[in-house]
Design a protein. Structure first.
Length: 283
């Protein structure tokens, strides 16, 4: 009875966190659209998110639907099945689409937004992020070549295609570790979170907590905590998201509360403000 109840709770948490994380992608593009501007935010975040969620989608799909990968997972984890669920796949697919839309907003001609200077902070993908994207693709390709060359090894102890799936999922993990930093630094330089939606952070925080709780429940039901170690990306995604969400909340509610930022105090206009308010602010 208790196990059945926990199974229901796990499934409920799974879909609720999926909804929270999925909804967290909407506040920023909606805010950008309302303001007709992407000022105050950085292109690095959606750019790196697209690749990250493609990697997450591919790895989840493999764990869910590849008989070979599932067999190799069972060999390494006491005959158990992966703790990845369909809601993880659904979330990743949705995230790719919305992140792509947000990324497209940095092309003013497409949306009719105010043009940003090409040299402005956050207007172009930074070299460090481009390097990370290239390095991630090269890393996965190297692992795939190694596995292809040693495909006859015992998958339980040697190289196997599940290692390519893990490498792909680690791309998402690495991206999550660094993707928030450009925006954290942008908020710091502007001394403001103006233009960066706090609602996406609150929803992301709720999703991270529920994601970790679901993973814990699933591992408890299996009677083996390798369900957590066997799905390190899902565990780290929740923890890293929570860590950075707390930083953003501190910036928004404590450090820079009510501040418009250096760009706006220097005369940049906010489309959401009326003409009288703009004149008053500039004066």
């Amino acid at each position: 009875m208790a196990a059945s109840l926990l199974s229901v709770v796990s499934e409920l948490f799974g879909w609720v966190y999926t909804i929270c994380w999925s909804l967290s992608f909407y506040p920023q593009p909606i805010l950008n659209f309302r303001r007709k501007s992407t000022s105050g935010t950085t292109i690095d975040f959606p750019a790196i998110n697209v690749l990250g969620f493609i990697a997450y989608f591919v790895s989840n799909a493999a764990f869910l639907y590849s008989p070979r990968v599932r067999r190799e997972y069972a060999l390494r984890h006491h005959g158990l099945t992966p703790t990845v669920q369909f809601n993880d796949l659904a979330f990743a697919g949705h995230a790719i689409i919305i992140s792509g839309i947000t990324l497209s907003q940095f092309s003013p001609a497409i949306w009719g937004f105010d043009k940003r200077g090409k040299r402005g902070a956050g207007a172009r993908v930074s070299r460090s992020i481009l390097g990370l994207l290239a390095g991630s693709l090269i890393g996965v390709a190297i692992i795939a070549i190694i596995v292809a060359a040693k495909h006859d090894e015992d998958p339980e102890v040697g190289w196997a295609w599940i290692d390519v799936v893990y490498a792909t999922s680690y791309v998402k993990l690495i991206i999550t570790l660094v993707k928030y930093m450009p925006q954290v630094l942008t908020n710091y330089r502007n001394s403001s979170t103006h233009g960066w939606s706090i609602w996406q952070i609150l929803l992301d925080f709720a999703g991270g907590v529920l994601s970790i709780m679901q993973l814990g429940i699933d591992s408890y039901l299996q009677g083996d905590w390798s369900g957590i170690t066997g799905n390190p990306v899902k565990l780290m995604l929740g923890n890293v998201s929570i860590f950075f969400d707390i930083i953003f909340m501190v910036q928004h509610y404590c450090l820079y509360k009510g501040q418009k930022g250096k760009a706006f105090t220097d005369g940049e206009q906010d489309p959401l403000l009326g003409d009288a308010a703009r004149e008053h602010r500039i004066e």
